[in-house]
Write a protein that binds this ligand. Structure first.
Ligand SMILES: O=C(O)CCC(=O)C(=O)O
Ligand SMILES: [Fe+2]
Length: 466
């Protein structure tokens, strides 16, 4: 971190951007934005940039902070408590918690050769839970889960029909000013609705409950299950980590934030691999970024996740799948504490159950996100691919997760197949977004349109810009 912007940092910008190609401009812009984020709050020193390699930070004014200074600085803004070796981040002003310290198949149905899709995954949940509990090497069962053994969740519908009904919103827009430049801090965000139907959600939720029971009974590996002490609203949430152990903040052993490579957690169970397969097959996640880890968040009423940017030990895009209760997720480069477990920010996106939110680009790296106190019990599963160089030492790549390919977008996609059902999905995705999250001015507008508009549906309306 040798760049010192100082008070005259904006003077550097025209020079930095001179004769720079478009790609480099985006890259530079992102870097600069990170430098500009999180200025002082109420006169307290905040760090705008955390260098995870050197464990140093940079203040808004470009001052380089040593490891010690970073450590001394952050507790001013971060309230966290250590619970069983894990830091549970509570009310956090401006997300510095995870951002700084942490630097932060579908085989629900499987396609067979004749082009029909047959339900394949989801075995008996109890059996599967036992399998996950440590008997994960049961390859035969795993094969069955991914192959035969259909529970018929797809019913009479083909995978193609289900795929067509997914609502997709990819045009989130909210401009924020960084120095002289306005940036869409939501660029890269996508909301896919109707990816998991009610029956599938039920299976997944019951499975999560089984995992939770096993965690409580000490039947999962030590770092897999974490249940915080709750002493007030907004405190903590249960987490189940699979595929890797993620450290939210420097822990009692002095481990830095990020993936703890030497720690062992339970691997992704087949059911979750089935979910991942669906996400890739249904064009929700790209085949180039297939997740190999996940964190299950179990929120009781009033639980929250404070503002943060997901650690860069995880690649982009990553995604979060919602269950049980619709809730809002807030986005913005600056998110504020509004009360115990309550936050405010410029953009509010509703997350319907069964939906998948993709975080990528600025939406993952410039805007912070948080889930304020949820109105009722909620579960989310965040799937992320680990950076190759950060894989746990004992990590075994999973063959089931290799070579997953998206299904072909058949010709029917371009037919006016925007049946009422499709429209319904579209409008529910549209309703899912509310940019009047707070009283703060909202400068962005967005338009919903399905990925696959009906023929003759005309040109894309352009997002309005200021
Ligand atoms: O619960 C959610 O939807 C968000 C979870 C999240 O931000 C995370 O796991 O990093
Ligand atoms: Fe997150």
């Amino acid at each position: 971190m040798s760049l010192k912007t100082g008070d005259n940092s904006t003077n550097l910008i025209p020079i930095l951007f001179k004769r720079v190609c478009e790609d480099c401009e985006v890259f530079l812009q992102n870097r600069l934005q990170n430098l500009y984020l999180n200025s002082t709050v109420d006169g307290k020193l905040e760090i705008t940039w955390f260098d995870s390699d050197n464990q140093t930070g940079v203040t808004e004014r470009g001052e380089l902070l040593s490891v010690d200074e970073v450590e001394n600085c952050v507790p001013v803004e971060v309230v966290s408590e250590e619970i069983d070796g894990d830091f549970v981040i509570d009310e956090v002003e401006n997300c510095e918690s995870e951002h700084l310290f942490v630097n932060d198949g579908d085989d629900f149905n499987d396609d067979d050769d004749d082009g029909e899709f047959e339900e394949i995954s989801l075995k008996d949940i109890d059996e599967e839970a036992v399998r996950v509990s440590g008997v994960v090497e049961d390859k035969e069962r795993s094969d069955n889960l991914m192959g035969e053994g259909s529970l018929g969740l797809m019913g009479e519908e083909s995978e193609q029909a289900r795929f067509l009904r997914v609502g997709r919103k990819k045009d989130f827009v909210h401009y924020e000013q960084f120095g002289w430049k306005k940036t869409n801090v939501l660029q890269g965000l996508e909301l896919h609705t109707g990816v998991f139907n009610a029956e599938e959600q039920n299976k997944i939720v019951n499975y999560v409950y089984d995992l939770q029971r096993m965690g409580q009974a000490g039947k999962l590996r030590e770092r897999t299950y974490s249940e915080p002490r709750k002493w007030m609203r907004g405190k903590g949430r249960v987490t189940i980590q699979l595929g890797c152990c993620y450290n939210y903040a420097v822990d009692k052993d002095g481990n830095p934030p990020g993936i703890l490579r030497e720690e062992d957690v339970d691997p992704l169970p087949s059911l979750f691999k089935s979910m991942i397969k669906r996400l890739v097959r249904w064009h929700v996640l790209p085949p180039t970024c297939i997740p190999n880890s996940c964190i299950v968040n179990i929120y009781d009423e009033g639980d929250c996740i404070p503002p943060h940017i997901d650690h860069h030990d995880f690649l982009r895009p990553f995604c979060t799948v919602s269950f049980l209760t619709e809730c809002n997720i807030l986005f913005g480069s600056s998110l504020k504490i509004a009360g115990p477990g309550e936050f405010s920010g410029p953009v509010k996106v509703a997350l319907p159950v069964g939906s998948v939110l993709i975080l990528n680009g600025n939406g993952a790296d410039v805007a912070k996100h948080c889930v304020p106190a949820v109105p009722a019990k909620r579960i989310s599963i965040t799937f992320r691919k680990m950076d190759e160089s950060k894989l746990p030492y004992k990590f075994q790549p999973d063959l089931e997760l290799q070579g997953i390919q998206p299904i072909a977008k058949s010709l029917s996609l371009s037919k006016p197949s925007a049946t009422p059902v499709v429209k319904e999905a579209a409008s529910s995705a549209k309703q899912a977004v509310n940019q009047e999250a707070t009283k703060e001015p909202v400068v962005s507008l967005f338009n919903f349109e399905d990925d696959f508009p009906a023929l003759g549906s005309g040109m894309k309306p352009k997002p309005k810009r200021r």
